[in-house]
Design a protein around this ligand. Structure first.
Ligand SMILES: CC(C)(COP(=O)(O)OP(=O)(O)OC[C@H]1O[C@@H](n2cnc3c(N)ncnc32)[C@H](O)[C@@H]1OP(=O)(O)O)[C@@H](O)C(=O)NCCC(=O)NCCS
Length: 178
């Protein structure tokens, strides 16, 4: 059977959560998550999501966050990308790349944010590097459980949008990571 052309929809974060929760539970089963460094991390909820549908089924998704952060003492609006996932039955078919390219184009068109930031595990650095993201090597603090402190769990990657993306600044994310 031939698949239909991919359809991209931008939806509200809270409203789209029930649609993607089953995919997240398959990728990060709660009983396995409890034994990983991700256990206990408090994440910010996505404000919007780009969902990629094939044959009326969500096959990939990426969450969008916008936040005013402190960057070397200056207040900047940045975009955060989080919750990037491709359904396990559809991985390796270009859908993760397509949903990321759609998000990146959306953020460039809106031109509201200086640059974009995401967090990822070591094994995904290559995926984002291929899409033009660079590793951030500065210092970052985030909020966790009501306190502000370093967030050392993951790699931080940045992408220029309206402005160059700093790779070496002191950043306070002014809230939870995404
Ligand atoms: C990471 C993930 C979103 C990639 O999605 P995908 O649909 O399988 O990836 P694609 O098929 O679109 O791959 C696009 C390109 O990236 C490459 N790629 C995919 N995963 C990669 C990885 N982990 N490391 C390096 N390159 C990778 C592919 O080979 C492909 O290269 P090409 O363009 O040269 O052909 C998917 O594996 C996933 O959902 N993983 C579990 C959840 C997760 O880790 N999400 C990321 C949170 S930060």
């Amino acid at each position: 059977m031939t698949s239909s052309a991919p359809l991209f929809l931008v939806k509200d974060g809270a409203q789209s959560w029930p649609e993607i929760a089953p995919m997240r539970a398959r990728i990060y089963p709660p009983e396995k998550l409890v034994h990983t460094p991700m256990h206990g991390i408090e994440w910010s909820a996505a404000q919007r999501r780009v969902l990629l549908y094939v044959d009326d089924k969500v096959v990939a998704v990426a969450g969008i966050h916008e936040r005013k952060i402190s960057c070397d003492g200056a207040i900047l609006r940045v975009a955060g990308i989080g919750g990037v996932m491709t359904d396990p039955d559809h991985q390796g078919q270009g859908y993760g790349k397509q949903v990321m390219l759609h998000v990146m184009q959306l953020l460039r068109t809106e031109a509201k944010c200086a640059f974009a930031l995401l967090f990822c595990e070591d094994h995904n650095v290559g995926f984002y590097s291929k899409l033009g993201w660079s590793l951030f090597e500065g210092d970052m603090v985030v909020e966790q459980h009501g306190k502000t402190g370093p967030f050392v769990f993951r790699n931080v990657m940045v992408l220029p949008l309206a402005e160059q993306a700093t790779r070496t600044a002191d950043i306070d994310l002014c809230g939870l990571p995404w």
